[in-house]
Design a protein around this ligand. Structure first.
Ligand SMILES: [Zn+2]
Length: 137
């Protein structure tokens, strides 16, 4: 599959996940449970197990953090920077994006930032208009 097509499929995944997380944070777990059955074993899954299907404050925190990552990734798609490492500007390999669709750093830079104590970037509140725009790659 061409990189552009892969990116489009990742975008669809991110959008579905974003919608599911938004619903979950609003108290509706239906969408998230549907996604969960498709991709078992992720971080939300683990949070669910420990929360025993109740929305604990810990789960809400995980969800809202992931939601911020996803919205950031969708913003980057909108400006054509998705899949580009924000540290070294190199292309992030597709295999990494499939494993972590909202990755903003290549593996080398990720490791570097973890070794140096981690780069903590706050993702600001995103407006509704910031997502769902034209995908330009
Ligand atoms: Zn990099």
């Amino acid at each position: 599959m061409a990189r552009k097509e892969s990116l489009l499929s990742l975008r669809a995944i991110l959008v579905r996940r974003r919608d599911a997380l938004r619903s979950a944070l609003a108290g509706d777990l239906t969408l998230l449970k549907e996604l969960r059955s498709e991709s078992p074993g992720d971080v939300i899954d683990a949070a669910y197990d420990s929360a025993q299907d109740e929305i604990s404050s810990q789960l809400a925190e995980v969800e809202s953090r992931e939601l911020a990552h996803i919205e950031n990734a969708l913003d980057r798609m909108k400006v054509g920077k998705y899949g580009v490492c924000e540290v070294c500007n190199g292309k992030i390999p597709m295999v990494r994006l499939h494993a972590l669709p909202y990755a903003t750093m290549c593996i080398d830079c990720q490791r570097e930032s973890e070794r140096s104590g981690g780069i903590r970037r706050e993702v600001e509140e995103r407006s509704e208009e910031a997502v769902g725009g034209e995908l330009e790659l």
